[in-house]
Every structure is written in structure tokens, then in C-alpha cells.
Ligand binder design. Structure first.
Ligand code: ACO
Length: 428
């Protein structure tokens, strides 16, 4: 039986169709509301609004579940790898061995950037934040790769997706090398995706650099855990930018800009900086009180999530990886780690955090791992960005191939002055 909901406003009633998803709550289709009742809905922050159909990722925030194309993130993180997850997000199914081989080869063959891009990088100030450089360079990809910007051509869309997934690690590593004054390191096609990224970040021409397999596995996991997260702020930004027909490189640059904010991807940098600022375990109560104080804008970074009102499932996997990496690096009594562990323990027992369902999110642990690997805090968000690129481009491709695509154009509740007449300058 098809469900519907009736809504009465004034003397008119409208019957709204109800759509049932594969999982999650039913959705009221309000598209004819304005036409029939002459009212808008009001939902700043989109807390109750589904902005699109999507078959890529599902989150159940109450139980703390994350599924990509139906597969739980815990199983993927344990048994799969980042490139296989990329295939799954892009094409909807796990690849056969032949499909995986072909996909890996294609991505690997696109890892180098246009040589002219090296000069483009050199136009930035050395002390620029790597995210600032990335927003600029990824946006500029449409100037370097304009043969894959015709969004009406499915093949060009495919090539753009490969280029973005393959080149983002190269661009992030170049942004890092540039900021520390070291030479750019070219990608190595004999290395897997995560090892290649670590090699481009940490090797120098003067020495041989062997990538440690434990670090490479941890890097691969970090990438997997950040790969997609349905209609979050940056993904919605990519979709909104793309809805006007903008090219994929411009759209992903918009996503990177949105991700940079401390309430979103910038939280991993902000979290580690906060742990360092707290400094010692005895100062934790002071910061917990600050977080609880309504008059203080301070928030515990790495805690809370718009959708998860339970443990972020990615945080659980990330915590395991943190233990492995710290063990490998021989880091046991690091003060930042001690503060993190104690802060987590206290917050999880505190009424304020319990009642508001504020649990550690993925960013609480990722910064600890990246720090142990040797990345500066400024590289945390670029690593998130390169990992999320596959999610953004999968969502963008899904949107572009939807025949019902419409430009995204929200309405507003106008609170400005009513119509009034202009007063001549001399009379004011
Ligand atoms: N510390 C202290 N209080 C918090 C925190 C926090 N980290 N997060 C939420 N709260 C409180 C709010 O003050 C609010 O209290 P109130 O109801 O008394 O006003 C209540 O919890 C609900 O918070 P909202 O801001 O309304 O929740 P929203 O869903 O809009 O925000 C967000 C989610 C932005 C993630 C928020 O929890 C936050 O700022 N966290 C810190 C930043 C962070 O870690 N971001 C990473 C998100 S995950 C990611 O992007 C991968």
C-alpha cells in the first residue's frame, strides 16, 4: 500500500506521498507543497531534510552503524582495502579479481600530475596552509585537465573520477613538501596507494625510504574510514556546486573548502591542538567545565556528531589502529596520548556528555595516529580531503547521471525590511 501524509494549512489540505527507503525513516515528499499550499518548509542545517536519493552510503546514527553499498565499515576496514572500497563506492558492487586489477592499474597510471603544475605550486607562499594550497590546486585541475570537464560525456566523467582519485595523494604530498621546503617526490607505481602516499610525503632524493607495512596499513585504514559519509556538509557542497553543471574539479575544490572548517574535517587538527593545549591530565576537569559552560564557546573537539548519537563506528576501528601504530613507534607515555585517553574516559562518564549523546568521533583518534606517523597537524585535514575525494566524486557521478537532476535552490524565511522607497542622499 502506498503511504501518504495529509497536511492542512489554512483551508487547504494536501496529500503528501511518503517514500520508504531500503533502511532508515520514511521520507515525506514535499515537492508540491509550495505549489499547492503556498508555504515553504523551514529547516536550517537540514536536520530533518533528505536532499536527494542516494544508494551509496547509509548511516544509522542511533545504533552507530555505517554501511557502504550495504557492507558494514568494520568488515571493509578489516578485510578490504582503500582501492577496493573506491571501486565499491563508484560502481556499487565489489569487483571481480580482473575488475580490481584493471581498476588498480588505471588509478596507478594516473598518479602523476601535469609537469606544469609544479610551477603552479611555486606561486604559493611557502608558509601557506596545505589546505589553502589544495583548494587552489584542485580547482586549477580544470585548467590542466580540460579534456575531462564536459559533464554530459560519461567517458569524460569517468576519466575525471580516475584523475581525482589518483592525483589527490600526489597533490596533498606536494602541498606538504612545498610547505617544508623539500623537493617534490614523484609517485611510484610499484607501491600500493597508501604506501605511495607515505613515500611521496616522507622520502627525500638523498636517501632510500622503505615504507613500514604497519604504517601503510594504518594509512590505508584512515583513508577507508574517511572515504564517504553520505550527505555531510562537504558532500552536500559538492552536490550543490555540481547541480549547476559546474565541472567535477571545481566541485571537489568546493568540497575541500567546506571540509576545512573546524566543525567538519578541520576537527582532526583542532582536536590534536586541543589535546596539546590541555597538556597534562590534571587540567582535563578545567576543560570539561569549559565545554559544559553555555557562555563559553569552547567545545571538546573530536566529540559529538550531527548523525551519530552513539559511538562513531569509525572511531572504534581508528582506536585499534592507534594502538597498533603507537606500539610500533614505541610511544607509550606520550603526554598527548595520556590526555586523550583520560579525556575520553572522563567525558564518557560525565552526565553532560551522556545526556547529549556526545561520543568520540573519528577525528578524536585519527590525529593521534597521524601525529605518531610524523605528519604535522596542518596535514591532517588534507589527508581527510584526499580520502573523501572518492566519496565526493561517487556522489557527484550519481547525481549527474540522475535524469531528475535539478539545480539546488533552497528558499528562505525573509526577515529583512518590508518594501520601502529610496530616499535621496541629501535628504538622509
Ligand atoms: N563539546 C561540548 N558540547 C557539545 C559538543 C562538544 N564537542 N558538541 C555538541 N555539544 C552540545 C551543544 O552545545 C548543544 O548543547 P545544547 O543542546 O545545550 O545547546 C548540544 O550538544 C547539541 O549540539 P549541536 O551543535 O546542536 O549539534 P550539531 O549536530 O549541530 O553539531 C558537531 C555536531 C558540529 C559535530 C558538534 O558536535 C561539534 O561542534 N563537535 C566538535 C567538532 C568536531 O569534532 N567535529 C567533527 C565532526 S565529525 C567529522 O566531520 C568527520
Amino acid at each position: 500500500m502506498t503511504k501518504s501524509a495529509s497536511l492542512t494549512f489554512g483551508d487547504k489540505t494536501v496529500e503528501l506521498p511518503v517514500r520508504s527507503p531500503t533502511a532508515g525513516p520514511d521520507v515525506l515528499d514535499i515537492r508540491k507543497l509550495y505549489g499547492e499550499l503556498d508555504v515553504f518548509t523551514y529547516d536550517p542545517g537540514f536536520t530533518s531534510t533528505a536532499s536527494c536519493d542516494s544508494s551509496i552510503t547509509y548511516i544509522d546514527g542511533d545504533v552507530g552503524e555505517l554501511l557502504h553499498r550495504g557492507y558494514p565499515i568494520e568488515q571493509l576496514a578489516e578485510q578490504s582495502c582503500f582501492l577496493e572500497l573506491c571501486y565499491l563506492l563508484l560502481y556499487g558492487e565489489l569487483p571481480s579479481p580482473e575488475e580490481m586489477d584493471k581498476f588498480r592499474t588505471t588509478v596507478t597510471r594516473h598518479t602523476m600530475v601535469h609537469e606544469q603544475m609544479h610551477n603552479f605550486f611555486r606561486g604559493f607562499r611557502r608558509d601557506a596552509h596545505p589546505m589553502a594550497t589544495m583548494v587552489g590546486v584542485v580547482g586549477a585541475m580544470s585548467a590542466f585537465y580540460h579534456d575531462s570537464t564536459d559533464i554530459s560525456d560519461p567517458w569524460q566523467r569517468e576519466v575525471a573520477a580516475f584523475r581525482l582519485i589518483a592525483k589527490l595523494p600526489t597533490i596533498a604530498a606536494m602541498a606538504y613538501k612545498y610547505s617544508i621546503g623539500q623537493p617534490f617526490v614523484y609517485p611510484r607505481n610499484d607501491l600500493d596507494y597508501a604506501s605511495n602516499f607515505l613515500h611521496m610525503c616522507f622520502s627525500v632524493p638523498a636517501e632510500t625510504y622503505e615504507v613500514n607495512p604497519i604504517l601503510s596499513k594504518a594509512m590505508d585504514r584512515i583513508m577507508m574510514l574517511h572515504a564517504d559519509h553520505e550527505q555531510n556538509a562537504s558532500t552536500s557542497t559538492v552536490r550543490l556546486a555540481g547541480s549547476s553543471g559546474a565541472n567535477p574539479f571545481a566541485c571537489i575544490a568546493a568540497g575541500i573548502a567546506c571540509l576545512w572548517g573546524p566543525a567538519h574535517g578541520g576537527a582532526n587538527q583542532a582536536c590534536l591542538e586541543m589535546l596539546r593545549e590541555i597538556g597534562t591530565v590534571d587540567r582535563i576537569p578545567e576543560y570539561i567545565e569549559k565545554a559544559k559552560n553555555k557562555d563559553d564557546p569552547f567545545r571538546l573537539m573530536g566529540f559529538g556528531h550531527r548523525v551519530y548519537k552513539n559511538f562513531d563506528p569509525r572511531a572504534k576501528v581508528m582506536k585499534e589502529s592507534a594502538d597498533e601504530v603507537l606500539e610500533l613507534m614505541g610511544i607509550h607515555n606520550n603526554p598527548t596520548l595520556q590526555v586523550a585517553k583520560e579525556l575520553e574516559r572522563i567525558a564518557l562518564e560525565d552526565d553532560y556528555f551522556i545526556s547529549k549523546k556526545l561520543y568520540p568521533n573519528v577525528d578524536f583518534y585519527s590525529g593521534i595516529i597521524l601525529d605518531a606517523m610524523g605528519f604535522p597537524t596542518s596535514m591532517f585535514t588534507p589527508i581527510f580531503a584526499l580520502s573523501r575525494t572518492v566519496g565526493w566524486i561517487s556522489q557527484w557521478k550519481e547525481m549527474i547521471s540522475d535524469p531528475a537532476l535539478k539545480i539546488g535552490r533552497p528558499r528562505q524565511l525573509y526577515t529583512g525590511p518590508a518594501k520601502r522607497d529610496y530616499v535621496d542622499l541629501a535628504k538622509r
